[in-house]
Design a protein. Structure first.
Length: 121
């Protein structure tokens, strides 16, 4: 009889653990690339052919996408899809200064700033 009790208890534990695993299962995550290339998609097909990407079009102006700010060391900004630092150029605009919330550029001797847009919630 003790062997049957062990089998019943073991089956019950397996059933409960299986039920708990199903109840805590998460929904599939769907990545929103927001119009850009999905970084989780391969760049090479299964037959070894490189997938051609269409170049990103710049619709005039500067698109400040992100800032990696460091008070002590080198700061970087992501502008029009490129990572730049102070002194580098984005088209005809030179990066003059990178702050925590904006980047100051210079063009034709005239400085101007582009503020980082806050992500809408």
């Amino acid at each position: 009889m003790s062997g049957n009790k062990f089998k019943i208890i073991s089956a019950s534990v397996v059933f409960i653990l299986g039920f708990c695993a199903l109840s805590f299962a998460q929904e599939d995550f769907i990545y929103d690339a927001k119009g850009e290339r999905n970084p989780f998609m391969p760049l090479v097909t299964s037959s070894g052919v490189l997938i051609k990407l269409r170049p990103r079009s710049i619709s005039g102006g500067l698109d400040l996408e992100g800032i990696i700010y460091d008070e002590i060391s080198m700061s970087y900004a992501i502008v029009n899809g490129s990572v730049v630092k102070v002194g580098e150029f984005v088209d005809e605009y030179q990066v003059l200064k990178i702050l925590d919330d904006k980047v100051i550029f210079i063009k034709d001797g005239q400085p101007f700033e582009v503020k980082l847009k806050k992500e809408e919630e």
